[in-house]
Design a protein. Structure first.
Length: 323
């Protein structure tokens, strides 16, 4: 067995889980990762060490001699990492961007993580968009965020990792007096000829504007031109009353004064939401955040796509590649 110059402790955690369970499915469930991802990590570790660690058959998984030899080393390395986290990681809160107050998906994950790790502090931040949050994560001023990972600039994605959380149905926010407000749900075709605000010009949310362009392409729907960002309910209500412009949102968007929210249908457009963090993040509460995301996603069946759903090809490829 040859030692590489650098070894990701995450690979050792994957190895120990399989070594202790001797079952890839149970080990993947224990780590809250997809079985395919776990298998990839084990193969990567075997390549980096230049050794076969497991004998796999259709009936069982067993450690090789090299695998047996690695177990005590892996335990010592991970114990040292845990000791280091205990010494330094608890000194600060885990800073988690949930985009904006009241937004349902990230808020529910954060609340569950606090239940799973009551001994740690997980603090909410409100960056309003994933692109804005990505800059904060790169600067070390933020630990994790939620949003459309595929919509980030590739240069930003290179330093981040993500965990798919939800395909969130999209909706339209309308002034109360808008003709479409009388409908229970708004077919996309009914927006033909309309101009819809989707954050154009907001430097924190270009990933959302890009998704709107992909959704509206070929449907005769225009993305509203850049406009000053309305901050706060009072300003939002004033601008909505002044312009009457519908706003593209998600179904969990918080209630706003003098507006109605209607789900979009025919097809149901989906906004992919991932938990996103900077690569190499080390914090004792981070595991709880990932476990919380996996739990809520499974309980709510958030990654199931409706039969009549629309999702952009780029988002589908990136979300599916992670599972």
């Amino acid at each position: 067995m040859s030692a590489p110059a650098h070894l990701d402790p995450r690979l050792l955690r994957a190895f120990l889980a399989v070594a202790e369970e001797l079952h890839f499915t149970r080990a993947a469930a224990r780590l809250y990762v997809a079985q395919q991802a776990l298998s990839r990590d084990i193969r990567r570790l075997e390549r980096e060490l230049g050794a076969e660690l497991f004998v796999r058959t259709t009936r069982q998984v067993a450690l090789t001699a090299d695998g047996e030899r690695l177990v005590p080393y892996a335990r010592r390395v991970l114990q040292a990492q845990d000791d280091l986290l205990a010494a330094f990681g608890q000194a600060r809160a885990l800073l988690v961007d949930i985009n904006s107050p009241g937004l349902g998906t990230p808020r529910r994950v954060l609340y569950r993580a606090r239940e799973l790790a009551p001994e740690h502090e997980l603090m909410a931040r409100y960056e309003s968009g994933l692109t804005g949050a990505a800059g904060e994560m790169a600067a070390g001023r933020l630990d994790a965020s939620f949003g459309r990972f595929a919509g980030l600039d590739p240069a930003l994605r290179a330093d981040l990792d993500h965990q798919p959380v939800r395909y969130e149905p999209m909706a339209i926010l309308l002034p109360e007096e808008h003709p479409l407000a009388a409908l229970d749900a708004v077919p996309l075709a009914a927006l033909a000829g309309q101009t819809v605000y989707a954050g154009a010009g907001n430097p924190r949310t270009p990933e959302w504007t890009d998704l709107a362009h992909r959704l509206f392409d070929g449907r005769g729907i225009e993305v509203a031109a850049p406009a000053p960002l309305a901050v706060g309910d009072e300003e939002f209500e004033r601008i909505m009353a002044k312009t009457g412009t519908p706003v593209l949102v998600v179904v969990d968007f918080p209630a706003m004064p003098r507006t109605v929210l209607r789900p979009l249908i025919d097809p149901v457009p989906l906004s992919p939401v991932s938990l996103v963090w900077r690569k190499g993040l080390v914090h004792p509460a981070f595991d709880a955040l990932r476990r919380a995301a996996a739990q809520v996603t499974a309980e709510e069946d958030w990654l199931r796509r409706p039969a009549d759903a629309w999702i952009s090809a780029m988002d589908s490829a990136i979300m599916s590649a992670h599972n």
